[in-house]
Structure formats: structure tokens, C-alpha cells
Write a protein that binds this ligand. Structure first.
Ligand SMILES: Cc1cc2nc3c(=O)[nH]c(=O)nc-3n(C[C@H](O)[C@H](O)[C@H](O)COP(=O)(O)OP(=O)(O)OC[C@H]3O[C@@H](n4cnc5c(N)ncnc54)[C@H](O)[C@@H]3O)c2cc1C
Length: 289
């Protein structure tokens, strides 16, 4: 990310000198959680307008996904399509990269797209191998969905990105950590396992001028190419909303979270969280549907 910041500054200086620049965003196959790249393209577009260089930039977003942010379902696709249209970003789905050349990307359908700056999000794999523990094809530890116990090793838990839940998100990592803590404490007392991991994702996509909030109840599909989907019975629990006020929500979370961690306290606990929770529910009742 630091390198990207340097490249964007270089691009800004070239654009200010009058050069036209092509920025190409690329989501390659096997990326099962592409959200952050969408966040970056929207932030880049707002930044370029503020820096007075938007008219020098051609911004294209190309993904292998059949719909934008596929894991989060049709409503996110609608929001992204609308935002791309309003912001003059050229969006393309179903584009499967085959080669990245020095200054162009080639796709399986024969399309070739040139770029001055390529911003991609590689198909990620586990950073740390754990020989002897059961792992999926990308090296993430295979777990029981609800308790996050590693399959075959019940005393080992894998909450967060190291486990095999396909959507990698801090919010989900917190929910998993809560489930793990409760499961462990159950072993030492008579408390029940009341809060198994329930994958309801909540995210706020920063765009600098506005932000998109999404609450997405997910379920595993068992299909390697499309491992998660929005629960068909999600109903009103599947919420999406776009508003500058969500930026405030994100900033509050950004202050609350380090405060809790620095105090050695968990995220979802205490009076602070109850207040945040009420605030988030209130905001999502008004600003999302
Ligand atoms: C660009 C981007 C934007 C994102 N935006 C959001 C967002 O808006 N909201 C959201 O909910 N999520 C977001 N995420 C996802 C979120 O960052 C991750 O899901 C979350 O950090 C996972 O937490 P974790 O504790 O499981 O793993 P990590 O945060 O990766 O923590 C693992 C830690 O272990 C350390 N480590 C590794 N190996 C060893 C070792 N051998 N010994 C000791 N330490 C070790 C690592 O250095 C690291 O600090 C984003 C991710 C990216 C890349």
C-alpha cells in the first residue's frame, strides 16, 4: 500500500504536467473477497477530482467475477454499477486475465487493456503454513464453521484470516474470536455455547466523498468457484445504503477499536460496544434498506 501511494503521487505529477494516464484495476480468478479493491477505485476517483487531475485519468475496473463484489450479492452489484456510471469509471465483469505484460493485460476472451498503472489484488493464499494441520487448497486451516476448531484437532482454533472461511474481514474475525472465546470457556465451566459463529458480514466501503454500508448474511455453498453467497432467506437482514454519514460511522469504529485493544479489551463487549451497537443499528435503520 505504501508503494501504491508513491506510484499515485508520481501519476499525479505526470497528470499535472498534462499527460493522460490509464489506471487499470484487475481482480484475477481465485480472489474470493474482492471488496478492498472496489474501495480503492472509489477513493482514487474522489482523490483525482480533488487533486484536479480527474480529466487526465482513464479509470477502468476489470474483474473475473460475473457481478461486481459477487460474494456480497446483487445489491452491491447495483450500487457499484451505479457509482461507476456516475463517476465515469469503465467497469467490466467476466474478464479472466491470462497474461500481464509490461504495459497491458490480456484476457481469455482476446481483449487487451493498456495501462500506465495497474492495481491488482492477487488471489491470496495463507501466509504461514502449518504442516500437520488440515488445510484447504490455499493453505487456510480447515475449521468447523461454528466453533472455528481445526478439523481433526479440537484443541486448536483458527479464528480470522488464517481459517478457511472464504471472506476475509476484520468484522468476521471478531465474531469468530468471540465464538472461540466462548467455546474455550465452555470447556472450563458449565456455560453453554450460545453464540456460535454466524457469518453476517458488516462493512463500510470508504469512497472519500461518501461511503457504502452493507450488512450481508452469508452462507457457505460448498462450490470452490463460488464458496459463499447471500442467504436466500436473508430478507430484511440484507441491507445496503450509500451516505456520507457512513464515513462518520467508520471513523468512530476506527477510534473505538484501537482504544479497546490498547486497553486489552475485546471488541464486542462493554458499555462502549453497546453504544456503538445501538448507533449502528439506528443508522442502518435510517440510512440502509
Ligand atoms: C486493503 C484491505 C482493506 C480491508 N478493509 C477491511 C474493512 O474495511 N473492514 C474489515 O472488516 N476488514 C477489512 N480487511 C480485512 C482485514 O484486514 C482482515 O480480515 C483482518 O486483519 C484479519 O485479522 P486476523 O487477526 O485474522 O489476521 P491479521 O490481521 O493478518 O493478523 C495476523 C498477525 O499475525 C502476525 N504473524 C504472522 N505470522 C506470525 C508468526 N509466525 N509469529 C508471530 N506473528 C505472526 C502478522 O504479522 C499479523 O500481524 C481489509 C483487508 C485489506 C487487505
Amino acid at each position: 500500500m505504501a508503494e501504491l501511494g508513491i506510484r499515485l503521487n508520481q501519476l499525479k505529477h505526470r497528470a499535472r504536467r498534462g499527460s493522460s494516464e490509464k489506471v487499470l484495476f484487475l481482480v484475477p480468478p481465485n480472489n474470493k473477497c474482492s471488496g478492498p479493491l472496489y474501495e480503492i477505485v472509489f477513493m482514487l476517483e474522489t482523490w483525482a477530482r480533488r487533486e484536479g487531475i480527474r480529466d487526465r485519468l482513464d479509470i477502468t475496473y476489470s474483474t473475473y467475477e460475473g457481478t461486481f463484489i459477487r460474494a456480497f450479492g446483487p445489491r452491491l452489484h447495483e450500487v457499484v454499477t451505479e457509482q461507476f456510471g456516475e463517476r465515469g469509471i469503465h467497469g467490466h465483469t467476466n474478464e479472466v486475465v491470462t497474461d500481464v505484460l509490461g504495459d497491458a493485460v490480456r484476457y481469455s476472451n482476446g481483449t487487451v487493456r493498456d495501462f500506465d498503472l495497474l492495481i491488482s489484488f492477487p488471489p491470496y493464499i495463507a501466509a504461514v503454513p502449518y504442516p500437520g494441520l488440515s488445510a484447504d487448497d490455499r493453505g487456510f486451516l480447515k475449521t468447523q464453521l461454528e466453533s472455528r476448531q481445526v478439523i481433526g484437532c479440537e484443541d486448536i482454533y483458527a479464528p480470522g484470516d488464517g481459517g478457511d472461511f472464504p471472506v476475509k474481514q476484520a468484522f468476521l474475525a471478531f465474531l469468530q474470536a468471540d465464538a472461540v472465546a466462548e467455546h474455550i470457556s465452555m470447556k472450563f465451566g458449565d456455560s453453554k455455547f450460545r453464540h456460535p459463529f454466524d457469518p453476517v458480514s458488516m462493512c463500510m466501503m470508504e469512497m472519500f466523498d461518501t461511503a457504502t454500508f452493507a450488512q450481508v448474511p452469508l452462507r457457505l455453498t460448498g462450490e470452490p468457484d463460488r464458496p459463499v453467497e447471500v442467504r436466500p432467506d436473508a430478507g430484511e437482514d440484507y441491507k445496503v445504503g450509500v451516505s456520507p454519514l457512513w464515513r462518520l460511522g467508520k471513523k468512530l469504529l476506527g477510534m473505538y477499536l484501537p482504544m479497546r485493544f490498547n486497553a486489552g479489551e475485546p471488541f464486542h463487549a462493554g458499555a462502549g460496544w453497546q453504544l456503538m451497537d445501538v448507533g449502528l443499528k439506528g443508522m442502518s435503520g435510517i440510512l440502509a434498506d
